[in-house]
Design a binder for this molecule. Sequence first.
Ligand SMILES: NC(=O)c1ccc[n+]([C@@H]2O[C@H](COP(=O)([O-])OP(=O)(O)OC[C@H]3O[C@@H](n4cnc5c(N)ncnc54)[C@H](OP(=O)(O)O)[C@@H]3O)[C@@H](O)[C@H]2O)c1
Length: 321
Amino acid sequence: MNSATTPLRIVLLGATGTIGRATVAALVERGHTVVCFVRAPTDIAGATVRVVNVGDPASLARDGFAGERFDAVVSCMASRTAVAKDAWAIDHRAHLHVLDAARQAGADHFVLLSAICVQKPLLAFQQAKLAFEAALVESGLRYSIVRPTAFFKSLSGQVERVRKGRPFLIFGDGSLTACKPISDHDLADYIADCLSEPSRWNRILPIGGPGPAITPREQGEALFAMLGRQPKFKSVPVGLLDAIAGGLGLLGKVVPSLAAKAELARIGRYYATESMLVLDPVSGRYDPAATPATGSQTLFDFYQALVDGAAMPDRGDHAVF
Ligand SMILES: NC(=O)c1ccc[n+]([C@@H]2O[C@H](COP(=O)([O-])OP(=O)(O)OC[C@H]3O[C@@H](n4cnc5c(N)ncnc54)[C@H](OP(=O)(O)O)[C@@H]3O)[C@@H](O)[C@H]2O)c1
């Protein structure tokens, strides 16, 4: 059924998020009929919008799938906070409801946007994502589980402060981690083509952007070069994040709202010390050469567009700075 030229009827989740927005455009461009399940009324160019409570199977059936036939589900949905309660509710439980409803609607393919960091799951949201990945693999539906590296928005938080003359913040010497950043557009193309590309069926697909892996120090150096300034770095000790997470963790046992802040500090610590690259299970090392790449847009092109004022940063989840 799936070929590059076959228009499909697709349910898209998370169409109002960073990657979801780019993915609607990629799916529409390929001639598919796209029905977006959203939680608040909005207009999405080229697509039909339905307001659905994805946490409620009755709403999914009545307001979402509405007794109609669909060929596939594409999900770019994820909790906006990544704290444990939200992650288990959205990244896991809501997706289970959608999987059930999708099967009933005749869908035979589920494309899931996940994250490369689930390969070393130390955080609650990673466990929630992995639990749904496992359910999807076991479901018998055709699956494509896309695990991208770092998004541009998560690596662009310091452009404004550097432009104002402040130093670029790094952990340690700025080379503790590396990633192969992927643009929203390139990732959306990759996700959309999972529907028609048999080599992406029933696979877990780590994916990065073009070019070599880059460290935070290299990101800063490129930015200073674009601005015609001498590089100026300020090193932040990783131990500081440990102290914040530890302190908030203790206080969180008494004040529940601080427990969520402790989890956010742990997330920050994770990204300060873990690379967004394929992890070699034997050596335990991150391996840039083993991390597949797609697309043509580079982070440094994006920095240049930000510096020129031609693009706006979409500050996102999990950015450490
Ligand atoms: N940032 C990175 O560098 C990075 C790297 C690799 C992988 N990832 C993964 O990529 C995924 C998506 O990223 P993104 O940046 O595109 O996400 P995003 O911009 O935060 O968008 C999340 C989407 O999920 C929807 N959503 C959240 N909670 C919902 C709920 N309760 N009911 C219905 N819809 C809900 C949002 O809808 P609303 O607009 O209504 O909130 C939005 O459409 C995440 O799983 C993340 O872990 C991120």
